[in-house]
Ligand binder design. Sequence first.
Ligand SMILES: Nc1ncnc2c1ncn2[C@@H]1O[C@H](COP(=O)(O)OP(=O)(O)OP(=O)(O)O)[C@@H](O)[C@H]1O
Length: 260
Amino acid sequence: MRVPDDTENAIRCVDLSVSRSGRGQAIRAVDGVTTTLEAGETLCVAGPTGSGKSSLAAALAGARDRTLSVSGGDAFVTGISVRHPGRAHRVLTYRTGYLPQGGGATLPSRLTVSEVISEPITARDRRVNQRALSVRVAALLDEMHLPLGAAAKFPYELSAGMRQRVAFARALILDPRVLVADEPLANIDLEVRHVIFDAIIRRQQEWGMAAFLVTNDADLARELDADRLILRAGHVVAAGDAEVLRWTPGMKSTETLLVT
Ligand SMILES: Nc1ncnc2c1ncn2[C@@H]1O[C@H](COP(=O)(O)OP(=O)(O)OP(=O)(O)O)[C@@H](O)[C@H]1O
């Protein structure tokens, strides 16, 4: 099987629609989104609650979620279709580091922090060199400003902010080409904000990691010199770079928010 590989466009959404089906009827959580994120760049997605940000992120990350389906258009992540990834799904989730919404609060409770962080590797290959893995986990703990002793602890023994940094480390363990992080700053104290910021910048500079971030934090978008995408009711209402947001005709900037 030859897996597509687009090294320029980390993410390319083409009229992408994503449906959610809960107990009731399916709804279109994301409706006709077209956007591109190039390698090495950052895109911050903002919008009010229920506007489809998390559904978009989950679809792009190839999350296994029965309530979620790509119902129109497509998106290509490093060239791999998220609508019909087929056997390339494994490569898609290998190239993409995913921090789901509430990632810190939903860590596997029976695993130690070290096991949680290394799970994306151990789940793929059980014969991994344990010593090399421990070194890698230790380096990530250090980068996340977490004590080395946290490795042997269980998630419930850590604060919410520490757990979020553990979830972030887990998203980074495979040296992803694309980071999809849903509210990466959730529960993160002001003093350690820069840890998240620095980790993203370092990887962008080292290997051109692209970052797709769900955040309503305008400061983060500014600090990362990110492009912006503003959603409302599943639609893109504005998009642009850090300086200029272009509003979709018919949308009033005052309606939307948050991103000034
Ligand atoms: N697991 C789910 N099952 C069914 N419907 C869902 C599910 N998750 C989200 N939805 C619905 O999909 C729509 C988009 O929600 P989504 O969580 O993607 O938006 P959001 O912008 O990320 O919101 P928030 O900022 O509150 O997280 C909403 O109408 C929501 O009710």
